[in-house]
Design a protein around this ligand. Structure first.
Ligand SMILES: *Cc1c(COP(=O)(O)O)cnc(C)c1O
Length: 368
């Protein structure tokens, strides 16, 4: 048994981040300022969009975007049931109603499953680029355009991911997170991307107490601002995004190559045209496996490999949502099965060659 543990995620802070944070500390400008502005500019460029608006986390990115679109009570937002709960909480925060369509084999919202749920109250379709894999954006783009609906992309796990060469967050409004475990991070932080100048403007006003000029309140707003201290951490990471994503992709390729023939294991597939950025490398432990999922995760843990379950249940499958008047649940069998089978293996850029070998050996040993 090996003593060292291979964690599911690692916070990697370099000299550049340290230097820039010191620079901000010494400048005395700690709140939103020039570093946030620079982060917005560079984030927009990296995602081929005209506007990027920084906010204080990924959840408020979703909330502010929905508010900027004028979504509120009486409106319906259709999303996936298989995501982090922030996706659902953001919808409820606006007063809107959440509905859930099933996912496909790619773990992402299935456009074909969304169609039958569209009704008079539907205003937004909100796919999640789960684990770093872009959802089928060309089809969501078509579907929402045809019906005059808004497309909001929960891109919290997919910085820099592309589909047919086009960046996530450039089809609809993109909502990104810089939480400590994400591909670009600064502890807590978020970003909204859009090519809609009017939407960008409304979000900027909402972010700052509804204020356009000092003490000129246009709408009741909020404080969704990011700080320059946080931007100083995110900026160097954004500069390294291509390398970060490439390291994740290369680790994922190694795992897929070496785990190909393990019985009871289904590996992540990447549909043609999509560039996965592997925020997570998520396999399925199927009914054919020699152990159940809990046993698999426990056995990996004994071998020093920290696997994660994202997510053990559907987002709405908790008491606090069961009787909620604005949570409407339809059957989603594919998502239900994913929630029962999914296990994420370490794939982060800090893995060494030896770590990857250990992960492969552990998985193979447990399932053979
Ligand atoms: C992390 C995450 C969020 C929320 O981001 P925070 O920055 O933690 O608020 C939303 N959606 C998904 C899919 C996430 O993974």
């Amino acid at each position: 048994m090996t003593a060292t543990q291979i964690p599911i995620s690692v916070v990697a802070i370099g000299d550049e981040e340290e230097q820039l944070v010191l620079e901000v500390l010494r400048s005395g400008r700690l709140a939103q300022g020039p570093k946030v502005e620079e982060l917005e500019r560079r984030f927009a460029a990296a995602h081929d969009v005209e506007h990027a608006i920084a906010v204080n986390n990924g959840t408020t990115a979703l909330v502010a975007t929905l508010q900027g679109l004028g979504i509120g009570p009486g409106d319906e937002v259709i999303t996936t049931p298989f995501s982090f709960v922030a996706t659902l909480n953001a919808i409820l925060e606006t007063g809107a109603t959440a509905r859930f369509a099933d996912i496909g084999d790619d773990f992402c919202l299935d456009p074909a499953a969304v169609e039958p749920l569209l009704g008079d109250r539907t205003r937004v379709v909100m796919p999640v680029h789960l684990y770093g894999l872009p959802a089928d954006l060309p089809r969501f783009d078509q579907l929402t355009r045809d019906r005059g609906l808004a497309l909001v992309e929960d891109s919290a796990q997919a910085h820099g991911a592309r589909i047919d060469g086009r960046s996530v967050g450039s089809f609809g409004a993109g909502c990104f997170s810089f939480y400590a475990t994400k591909n670009v991070m600064c502890g807590e932080g978020g970003m909204i991307t859009t090519n809609d100048a009017a939407l960008a403007d409304r979000i900027r006003v909402l972010r700052n107490q509804g204020m356009r000029a000092q003490y000129e309140y246009e709408v009741p707003g909020h404080n969704y601002r990011l700080t320059d201290l946080q931007a100083a951490i995110a900026l160097p990471q954004l500069g390294r995004l291509a390398q970060i994503n490439e390291a994740r992709r290369s680790n994922a390729a190694y795992l897929s190559e070496h785990l190909r023939d393990v019985p009871g294991l289904r590996l992540p597939e990447v549909p043609a045209g999509r560039e996965h950025v592997f925020h997570q490398y998520t396999v399925r432990v199927t009914a054919e496996a020699s152990v159940d999922r809990a046993g698999f995760v426990a056995a990996l843990g004994e071998r020093g490999v920290r696997a994660g379950i994202y997510y053990p249940r559907l987002m709405h499958d908790y008491d606090c949502y069961r009787e909620h008047p604005r949570v409407v649940v339809d059957e989603t069998p594919v998502a239900l099965q994913a929630a029962a089978e999914a296990v994420s293996l370490p794939v982060h850029p800090q893995l060494s060659g030896a770590d990857l070998e250990r992960i492969v050996a552990a998985v193979t040993e447990v399932l053979r």
